[in-house]
Write a protein that binds this ligand. Structure first.
Ligand SMILES: *Cc1c(COP(=O)(O)O)cnc(C)c1O
Length: 382
């Protein structure tokens, strides 16, 4: 079955005698049992809920894994992955990570005696040299956010397995439509489902998918023990959003490519970061491991003031953190999403202060380009 068909072809309500075509919201915390000494399929919604079960199974299928897990946020999913480690273990992460992930790694899990080191995964030889016997988890995103740098995921999987570590890939910028890290050798794929999977900026959610059953059992244990699973209503909204993932992303990606070309040819724009441009140094690597470049891109203008003014003058592009929605957004990562990165790390990462990130929505391509054009014109004409 092709991906577009898979998005809508699943059992929406296993065992339901009314055969609804949309998954019911089982808004219940607990389930009545027949016996005191043996439980039915569901007993308590923290441990399992039928609406969540449909979503988790669907996501496992879409990521070509065997088990899926949904959480109250992307951060809750990432936090759950870190629970696989023990005091004394180390995480080796790419140096261009989502701000919240850096904050969790550098300011929370270090309290449990887990060390994190950051290294540029685009220099693979150097990266491999940083792996030690204590390294139990390699953590990367690709393409990264906000610099859209592409990491060789097959190579990362090879490094991880040669050194007895797990590879976890945060696939939020791609979604399962464009990239399947488990097929490239990753052990764990995760998503901030708040982004493309939801697609409408109305749910905060996270996803983990794995192939290995022993790993699945460990993740399930933590999800239940910590009580971080996604609630039934949010599961319903995600199930609804996922059905149009391909339609949305095809349109968003087409718009993004047109905008990237427009920006790349604009004399007031210094640099465009987007792996879909054939002049991008990441173009070939991206094509070798993903089915498209996505719809998030960044650019610099040479001046923080101009960047700020473009964001404020743009009308279709709303100033919001987050990405992946049907509505376009614009942000300055240096002062917004990445303000949570500890200052020393931010300095090391060379995040240009004038970097503007846009997430392209499903509006009309001509409207979007005209909007950016007027914003750039106004921002640069005094
Ligand atoms: C947004 C995001 C997260 C965090 O997800 P939340 O749903 O906001 O908790 C993690 N990784 C990446 C790449 C993200 O963009």
């Amino acid at each position: 079955m092709k991906f577009a068909s898979r998005l809508v072809s699943f059992d929406p309500a296993p065992g339901d005698r009314f055969r609804p075509i949309s998954t019911p919201i089982y808004q219940t915390a607990t389930f009545e049992q027949e016996h005191t000494d043996s439980f039915g399929e569901y007993d308590y919604s923290r441990s399992g809920n039928p609406t969540r079960a449909v979503l988790e199974k669907h996501l496992a299928t879409l990521e070509n894994g065997t088990r899926g897990f949904c959480f109250s946020s992307g951060m809750a999913a990432i936090s759950t992955v870190t629970r696989l480690l023990r005091s004394g273990d180390e995480i080796l992460a790419d140096s261009d990570l989502y701000g919240g992930t850096c904050r969790l790694f550098s300011k929370v899990i270090d309290r449990n005696g887990i060390a994190v080191r950051y290294e540029d995964a685009r220099a693979p030889e150097q990266f491999e040299q940083q792996i030690t016997p204590l390294t139990k988890l390699i953590f990367v995103e690709s393409p990264t956010n906000p610099l859209l740098r592409v990491i060789d995921l097959r190579r990362m999987a090879h490094f991880a397995h040669a050194h007895g570590a797990l590879l976890c890939v945060d696939n939020s910028t791609m979604s399962p439509y464009l990239q399947n890290p488990l097929d490239l050798g990753a052990d764990i794929v995760l998503h901030s489902a708040t982004k493309f999977l939801c697609g409408h900026h109305d749910v905060t959610a996270g996803v983990i998918v794995v192939k290995n059953e022993a790993l699945a059992e460990q993740i399930y244990f933590v999800q239940n023990a910590e009580g971080s699973a996604l609630g039934p209503f949010d599961c319903f909204l995600l199930l609804r959003g996922i059905k149009t993932l391909k339609l949305r992303l095809d349109c968003q990606q087409q718009n993004a490519l047109a905008i990237a070309r427009y920006l790349a040819s604009h004399k007031q724009i210094k640099q465009v970061y987007y792996p879909g441009l054939s002049e991008s140094c990441d173009f070939d690597l991206q094509r070798s491991q993903a089915r498209g470049p996505g719809s998030v891109l960044s650019f610099t203008t040479g001046s923080v003031e101009i960047s700020k003014a473009i964001a404020e003058y743009a009308e279709f592009f709303h100033i919001t953190v987050s990405f992946g929605s049907v509505t376009s957004s614009i942000s300055l990562p240096g002062t917004m999403s990445h303000a949570s990165v500890p200052a020393n790390l931010l300095a090391e990462r060379n995040l240009p202060p004038d970097l503007v990130r846009i997430s392209v929505g499903i509006e009309d391509e001509e409207d979007l380009i005209a909007d950016l054009d007027q914003a750039i014109h106004r921002a640069t004409s005094h």
